[in-house]
Design a protein around this ligand. Sequence first.
Ligand SMILES: [Zn+2]
Length: 301
Amino acid sequence: MSLGWLALARGTLDRVAERRRDEDWVTAAWAGCRVLVVDERGRVPFRLDDRPRLAFVPARGAPIGERVLLGVDEDKNAYFAVVATLPEQEGVEVADLRRIGALLDDVESGMMTHAVAMALWHATHRHCPRCGARTKVIAAGHVRVCPEDGMEQYPRLDPAVIMLVTDDDDRVLLARGSAWPEGRASVLAGFLEPGESLEQGVAREVYEEVGLRVEDVRYLGSQPWPLPQSLMLGFVCHAPGEQRLRLEESEIAEARWYTRQDLLTATLAGDLVLPGKVSIARQLLEHWYGGELPGSWGLGL
Ligand SMILES: [Zn+2]
């Protein structure tokens, strides 16, 4: 069984990737498009009605900045992102993905996730990694090319594994990162290393962080996490037998096993704060738990 709803993996826009290098098509699409301005910190403007809605501007009102074709909706409206300082607009607020990613509808959640990922990539890849020259944007914002040596750069993605570990009693292991406040806890996660399979990465990270040997590593689903450029790959795995926890002190402040009842009781009492609905960590936990758990949807609610 795989994960169901994932906050940042709900996009429905047609990305029209085959049109990105067709300059006539892109120019015509830009003229009539809706623009989502996104800043170099990954924040976008939105209006709060009964739920957050992205605040678009028309192309002629868009600020100067890198333009990224996001795609076309089912009514053939084109959407672009522009990477720039956010304009002041009446009745408009500003937020990042953590605050509104889970609250937007499917199409806007996908659009924002894509726009933020591209903005953070453009903001940190404006020079050629080979010769250092300033690069130019091509392919409707999806490629940067070096004018000196022609080297093309594509948006970067860092694969990260995130895994829910169970024991022989079907308890779940939750850990608190050393930089996190008291009471907050989540499942384990880490970046994949070069030359490693996903399953090897899961086993290595669990052993490094808490000293457990795991088996039966199973993939459940993925979602982008462009903060700044991760792709989160979600797994469950099993730590058999009576194994002692041995924490990597620089990263993990504490870790312990929870039964389903422990988890619910601690969460309802406010002793335990689980990851928000926007995260794949939350969906892994609810998948194991077998239903919804108390927690935040975002916006500080
Ligand atoms: Zn170059």
